[in-house]
Structures are given as structure tokens and as C-alpha cells.
Design a protein around this ligand. Sequence first.
Ligand code: AMP
Length: 613
Amino acid sequence: MELASSALESMTIFIVDGYISYSRLQIYDGSINGRSYEYDIVEWFDEVSENAGLVQRETLRRILEMNCEVEYLKKWLGGYKIKEMDACALESLYKSLVPLVSHADLEPYIQRIADGDTNPLLTHQRITTLSLRQKYVPFTRHSAQTTLQIFRLAAAYRSKVYPIKEGRRILEFIYSSNQFKTKGGLTAGTATTHYYASEEFKIKQEKTKSFTCSPEEVISGGDYKQSTYCHLLLGLYFSDQVEFITSTFAYSIVQAFTELEEIWKDICQDIKLGNLSSRITLPRMRQAVLEIISPNPHLASQIEVTCKKLESDLDWFGLVPTLWPNAKYVYSIMTGSMQPYSKRLRHYAGDLPLVSADYGSTESWIGANLDPCLPPDDVTFAVVPTFSYFEFIPIHRRKQDFSPVIDDFIEDEPVPLSQVKLGQEYEIVLTTFTGLYRYRLGDVVEVAGFHKGTPKLNFLCRRKLILTINIDKNTEKDLQIVVERGSQLLSKSARAELVDFTSHADSINQPGHYIIYWEIKGEAEEKVLRECCREMDASFVDHGYVVSRRTNSIGPLELCIVKKGTFKKILEHFIGNGAALSQFKTPRCTSNQVILRILNDWTVKRVRSTAYC
Ligand code: AMP
């Protein structure tokens, strides 16, 4: 008993250090007992993980204590003396009275905040910033602090395996989108945009003693093409100092290197003359970059020789270690919807390790990759139990169920973090410091192991079904597996490679059928494409799909090959509508009319599957 209570006391201190009082983070700063910062944060994490159940209860207690007077919680918990209850009783009360919700349920509150209602609606502390994740999501200082904390934790684990030199640089393909004011005067923008603008981002550079190659003016320029050019230019200008290459999602790195294949000559010219191409028109960005670079003809000619060779002999294989000889690894989110880009990333990275980055969302950070040397396919994320209060809805896939449901999972009652089971799949539910209470995130994860008492999660997919016409139900993951099969055949049978893909369930033309759009690099004969199409059609294992295909109530899969640059055009459409490149994820299924128009206008070849004939 005594042990438990002293553990709780020390845990409370840890929690406070972790997220409430920023200055207390200094405790991990190397000044304590001569221990290094990395050692301290790893030790801290071990302790909170060891006591994850307790820490979670305590985290919930703190969230509720701080916010029990807000309008939303009063609706459910009004009348209870929250501050007087112990954490255990509070946890059961909370779960029995507060309902599970989705964004739509909280939206009226968030909208009132956006419109300038200053009453405490979701949080006691006033919300002044909102993140955009299709909808508004509250963002507070706590959000930026946990971002800093997970970056430091993951960096500590990485440095054990891949130590980097202090005082050097990181080539970061990061982008802010424009921030704007809501009707009520709150600042709105993507979560990454807020983070790059925060104090915590500066602190991260100072504490980790690694500096991004690009100045703030490049990151926040607001024009992704100009920012990419400058990131590449400065990355190459500082090439011998770059310790690793990173972006939030792997897409941005692949996109940047694809761009480099086209623009390297201009970059060499700029490095040679200490000049900046006229394509950079934003005055602040121009000035900031010109202040950094000075003519370096020797470096320019070295890069030129290397790029010529990469282009003519190697199809850019091993671009990263060749151009950045001191880079130790490439670091980015490569799991989930980013998995299709890991092949191209692998190609660019040559034999450098690919390290998959952590798991989080605009709503909350969730878990850190503690095994940086594992390949992206095997990566898991250890939940950080101080970030939010996590619940897990056990879900089971329906087997041979033909009911016209919109989801293919059966659910059980949510369980707390301390009760999750190895091998079980769950949907994550969050209670956050930013005013989301029992909020269904919509991500499906599997418990793949444990780090002491905290689960290590394998990210499976977004829960929402993406392809469905009638009784068929396919998730993003199902589609990904099918496309992987088709693209393997493509690279085996033709000198071509899949660049990007999306899909659409066409239920207008009868019988309804799936369309998969591919952008490919290289050439493939129609015969090969037909084979790929057949292979994909036959690879959907969902019983509803198989039965429907056999009876022809779903027609043959259609594969459309789109022109080079189509997905870039789609990206530009989203960026034009306020998305930030740092958080961009190609939609794997779309019924958006603008996107479909782009896809159909740019389709150069269509083939239909012969499976099930
Ligand atoms: P956003 O809020 O736009 O940053 O996107 C967050 C979503 O991206 C999460 O809910 C996940 O679906 C996905 N995501 C984030 N991190 C990872 C990761 N490490 N692996 C796979 N998917 C991720």
C-alpha cells in the first residue's frame, strides 16, 4: 500500500513535469546529477510506463479537476464533487456518465468557441487557437508541449542506436500553411503550423542542438513549391553538415526528391553564384535565403557531377547517402497511409536506415517509436500515458455478414489502457487536455506488445470504410494490400513503378464497380496493365466483394492510368483549400467531384479486369 501511494506521489510529480509546468521540463536538462537529458527522459518514460494504469487514472483526474466547471462536463457530471473524489471512483463515474462522441457531437461547442464565445465551454483555460483537421480541433500550449516532449523522447531512443553529432543540421521538409482568424478572432491553422510557430519548436532545436537547414521564412512561406526549392537548396548548401533527413509524413520527402530530379540544375546554378532562382518570388523568403548562401562553385560542381551520375546511371537510387554523405538515417511517418511511399523512399535512401516516426494526431499525441532500428512494416508505438486519457474499444471484424451496415466491425465496451490485450484490435478513444471528452479518433490499432505497463500499438488503418457499393466492405488497409499486389506485378513485368494511387466506388453506372487510379513512373504495355488490374480485382478478399463479383452485382474493377503530375495537381487543389503539405495525405478513396474531374480528365488509359469471367 505504502509502495503504491509513494509511487503515486512520485508519479504526480512526473506528470506535472511532463505537461503542466513547462519550466519543470528543465529537470531533464542534463543539469541534474550530471545525467544527460536523454537519460532522464528515457528513465522518466520507463517510470510512467511501469505505472501506466495509475498514471492514466491520475491524468484523467487532472483533466476533470481542471475542467469540471465547463459547460460540456457540467451537462454530464454536474452535481458531483469531482475535486473530492479519488481517481478510481472518478474513472468509473466518468465512463458511466459521459458518452462516447465523435467530432460532430462536439462541433457545436467548438463552433461557438470559433465564433468568439468566451465562456468556458470545453476547457477552463481559454482556447485561443484552433487546428484544422478538415474540421476545427482545439489547440493549446499543452499541444505544443507534448509535441516537444514526444520529439525529445523519440530522439533519445534514436540516439542510442544512431547517434548524431551535436551542433549539426537536419534537413527538414516542413511547411506551415497560412494561419487565419475565425469570426471570433481565434487563430486557426493546421496543428503543424501552430507547432512550427511555437516557442517549443525553437526550444527543440536548442535542446537537441540540431538545427533545421531552413530559416522560419522558408517554413512559413505559404507556397509549398517555393519552400521545397529552398529546403533543397539549403539542404544541399549545408550538405556535409546534415545528420538526418526528415518530414512529418513520408509523402513530403518523396515529393521533394521527385522535385529535385527536375530542378537540380537550377539549384547548382544558385549555389555556384550565391544567387536565388527567379522562381522564388516571396520577398521575405528570398531575403532570408540570400542572407545565408554565398557563392560556392566547388560545391556546386561536386553536386552537379553527382546528380548527373544519379540521373543517368542509377535512376536516383541512393540519392540521400550520395548527396548527404554524413546523413545517418531518414526519419518520417512511414506507416499507415504513408506505407505506399516507403518503396520510393527506400530507393532514394539506398542503404541508409529508414526510421519510422511517432504516432499522433491533431487531437493528441499517442505513442513513440522505441525501436528505431525496426523496418517501417514492423514499427509499433508505445503509448505515452501522460498525454491524454486513452480508452480502447475492442473491435472484431464481421465475418460473412451481409447486412447493409456502413462499417465492418463489431464493438465491445471500451477498456482502459491497463486492460488491453495482446493481439486484439481496438479503436482509440481520447480524453484530452484540450477539451475533447471520450472522443472517437477513428483509428484502428492492434496491441503488438508492451513497454513495461504501457501498450505498444501497431497502426492498422482509419476505421471508416472507404470502398463500398452494396454488401462489400473494404478499408484503406484492404485497398493498400490489393494495390501492393498489383504494383509488385507492375515492377516485375514492366520498367515502371507506382507513384501514387487513389480509388472511387462508382455506383452511378450499373453494375457499380471500383475504379483504381494509378500514376506510374516509366512505361507499361496495356497487356501488363490488364494483368495488374486482374490481379488487384482478384486480391480483394472481403467476402461481400467476392460474392458480388461472382454474381456480377459488382462489375469488373477498372484501372485508370493518369498522366504524370496528376497527383501533384490534386495536392495543389488541397493546398489551395488550406491544407498544409506537412500533414498532407493523398485520399485513398474519393467521391469529391473536383478530384474526380481531375482524375478523369487526366486519365490516359483505362483497362477492365478479366477476373471472375
Ligand atoms: P493529422 O491530424 O492530419 O495529423 O492526422 C492524424 C492521423 O494520421 C492519425 O489519426 C492517423 O490516422 C494518421 N497517423 C498519424 N501518425 C501515424 C503513424 N505514425 N502511422 C500511421 N498513421 C499515422
